[in-house]
Ligand binder design. Structure first.
Ligand code: PLP
Length: 410
């Protein structure tokens, strides 16, 4: 198959020039965007400009600068609303990251709505961040945590998932795109099947949001969790999308300044979402930076980014499958941007170290998915993941470095 001919109009080489890190490290082949993406100038400069010219605390000042800062913070919320096509900007809660977004739902929604005997369904490719909050809730409330499997080809098994659902199912919490296998889960169908049983659905969009169009209204999910630093934005900021009626029926999970209407020592009235869930001074500059990031992505086009990453994934699969002794972890038919593998007879950490000597940056280890490693019967993998600045030449450098590693450990 000729992947080059299928390439859509996205000039990764030109886009790379928008990322200052590559000017500082010209020989770097960065294949670790699934851990965190690099930042475009627009984001870095946007944050610096905000601190230089517009900074003050939000929501409290009567003076002009604070009003300006508040406007920029709330405009960032509106940007994120539009980016995910939420119906209302009050459905966008700023959090620290995806982990905090998921914990918010577990602590607030879970505690308010779940009772002993209720069931939560997750998948077997979840990141620890979408396992541990539910484990903790299970232990605290006496819930059951069920795990929907992927099959040997890495595909989510819809039939076995459906068989796990019942009237006791209250929540389905699954990833949109696996950070280990790259599998894209059939989330549209998962939402439909869960909603028929009256269960809520949380989707962990940490890996999908940077790589494909995400329309929360079309998906129909109740919650969608995103982390800003994988979306070409800064660290320290994430987003929880929640359907407004769901958020409205949830108590605050952390309390303090910014969450209240009226406080008496005996009683407090809390304000509406989203501010009810944003206790204390938020990461104002982070929100502004994340807004610049989604503007950057929209400027390129998410369809173009997805097509680009699909083409890279196809090219990468083709290249890696020709390397003797390289075993790819299965990622199903709709795998996107993430390729995990092991080299026969070489520890993943050694592969990563040799690749680094060739200036190829990959991640090695369990990728915060130990239950999946256990299922696959491996301790870890080498993971190459793509971003919008990667191109075929990066994959050629990766395969050359893997060949060098094979030579070394022969
Ligand atoms: C990275 C990641 C998370 C956690 O993101 P944080 O920024 O660490 O909160 C959760 N789920 C998936 C699938 C991820 O890839």
């Amino acid at each position: 198959m000729n992947w080059v001919a299928d390439r859509p109009a996205l000039d990764a080489r030109a886009l790379r020039r928008e990322f200052p890190i590559f000017a500082r490290h010209p020989s770097l082949v960065f294949l670790d965007s699934a851990a965190s993406a690099q930042k475009p100038r627009q984001v870095i400069d946007g944050i610096a400009e905000f601190y230089r010219g517009d900074y003050a605390n939000v929501h409290r000042g009567v003076y002009k600068l604070s009003a300006r800062s508040t406007d920029l913070f709330e405009e960032a919320r509106e940007r994120l609303r539009a980016f995910f096509n939420a119906a209302d900007e009050r459905e966008i809660v700023f959090t620290r990251n995806a982990t905090e977004a998921i914990n918010l739902v577990a602590q607030s929604w879970g505690t308010a709505h779940l009772k002993a005997g209720d069931e939560i369904v997750i998948s077997d490719v979840e990141h620890h961040s979408n396992i541990l909050p539910w484990q903790q809730l299970r232990d605290r409330l006496g819930l059951k945590l069920l795990v929907a499997p992927t099959d040997e080809t890495g595909e989510f098994d819809l039939a076995r998932f459906e068989a796990l659902l019942s009237a006791k199912t209250r929540l389905v919490a699954v990833t949109h795109l696996s950070n280990v296998t790259g599998a894209v889960l059939p989330v549209e169908r998962i939402v439909e099947l869960a909603h028929v049983r009256g269960a809520c659905v949380l989707i962990d969009g940490s890996q999908a949001a940077p790589r494909m169009p995400v329309d929360v209204r079309a998906l129909g999910c109740d919650f969608y969790a995103v982390t800003g630093h994988k979306l070409y934005g800064p660290t320290g900021i994430g987003v929880l999308y929640g359907r407004y009626d769901a958020l409205e029926a949830m108590p605050p999970w952390q309390t303090g300044g910014g969450t209240i209407l009226n406080v008496e020592l005996a009683h407090t009235d809390y304000i509406e979402p989203p501010h009810r869930f944003e206790a204390g001074t938020p990461d104002i500059a982070g929100a502004v930076g994340l807004a610049r990031a989604v503007e950057f992505i929209e400027g390129i086009g998410r369809d173009a980014i997805r097509a680009h990453e699909e083409a890279l994934t196809g090219y990468g699969l083709d290249r890696l499958s020709h390397i003797p002794g390289l075993r790819l972890v299965a990622g199903g038919q709709r795998r996107l941007s993430i390729l995990s593998f092991n080299l026969d007879g070489v520890h993943a950490h050694d592969v990563g170290t040799v690749l680094d000597q060739h200036d190829v940056a990959v991640r090695v280890g369990h990728h915060c998915a130990q239950p999946l490693m256990d299922k696959l019967g491996i301790a870890g993998t080498v993971r190459a993941s793509f971003g919008l600045y990667n191109d075929e030449a990066d994959i050629d450098r990766l395969s050359a470095a893997i060949e060098a590693c094979r030579e070394m450990f022969r």
